[in-house]
Write a protein that binds this ligand. Sequence first.
Ligand code: IFM
Length: 454
Amino acid sequence: MHGMTDEKDGHPHSGIDYLSELPQARPHIHETRKFPDGFLWGSATSSHQVEGNNSNNDWWDWEKAPGHILDGTLSGRACEQYERYEEDFDIAKSLHQNAHRLSIEWSRIEPEEGKWDMDEVVHYRRVLEALKARGMSVMLTAWHFTLPKWFAAKGGWESGDAIRAFERYVSFLAAEYGDIVDHWITMNEPMVYLVQSYGAGVWPPGVRSPIRNIHVFSKLCLSHKAAYRAIHRVLDGRTGADGKPVPVMVGISQNVITFEPYRKQSVVDGVFVWFADKMFNRQFFIWTWGAHDFIGINYYFHYRIKYVPRKITQLFYEVHTENREVSDLGWEINTAGIFDAIISMSRYRLPIIITEHGVANGDDGKRPRIIVAALKEVYHAILSGVDIRGYFHWSLIDNFEWEKGYSGRFGLVAIDYLTMKRTPRRSAYVYADICKANGIPHSLLRFMGHGVRW
Ligand code: IFM
């Protein structure tokens, strides 16, 4: 596991001298913490959040209603990635990333039920080929929260033939792009979708109904299973240029929350933590067991939760963040939690990929440390025997953060929304040095105070 490359303390590779801003360290030499060969180092986006002008999906009208987007913005042109994807992929490549995760906008590919828009099909082939041309591994998400208007009008996931429609769409993607996609994500964060769209009602279709929530949960499970089988049906048995079978890797991205009782001595808080973990983190895998080739983990949230029996509107709990470091969106930052999330999900004995991890931090004061600290945890999870194959930072560029609008800035690369100029943040170079080294150069541990002279 350990490489032989020695890192001189304070020696950045990227040419950006971010370490000079940190306190001096005692001079010492140390090995780079090497990750396994072939580890995927990338970043992630989704179509509606970056492309712009996705006017044929359920979010487009939803955004216009007063109060739906907290800062009053609309996705609108987003980051114009629909046109500027080459520029963005050039940046990712220059930052030494060797993989990229992105999603297909279903409403573009299938604008009317059963009708494929071949111009859009060609467009996405060009996008995916642009990644391959840069030598990057491709992770493709089929559904990342937005639904075509025709599908939403039929009742979305509640409609009688939702499963068949999703299976048809995903089979089409597999047939069109099977030669170019390395990892398939059928759906992004189904549990977050259920909470936001059918629990809190803050995403379309804006429903607050436990019964309908359970109904959609079952539809999502069945749709994932159908999509999983469809991708394998279309692609299994393919061989590569060397004549060897190409593995077909299909999974979901699951938002894993690490829960902790707010009142350590409280039995009821402890029971609720157990229940919340099972319901939110594991339920989907239990009901779709056998339909995952890997586990995709998105890690953002550490909830110190307090059971509140009378607050049905808050699903019986409160999340506390007092005295904790938080992001620009007020979410608690707990980088060590990614270790717990990985260990918890390793119970399924499947390869794990961190398909998202990131922080809203516009001035970038925290992101470099958060990246280094989280990756140190990933490194230790690998050392403890977990088969972790990659890490995708959320996000490559700032983008439209759903009901929060453009206020949450998650990008390694900052976007000026007036000019659309892309400017890598300091953290982009820190992450670039990690990607380039296929490990954590020891000098970067200074972001966490290691070896620093105080
Ligand atoms: O922006 C989202 C993304 O769409 C799904 N995972 C979490 C991100 C940050 O909230």
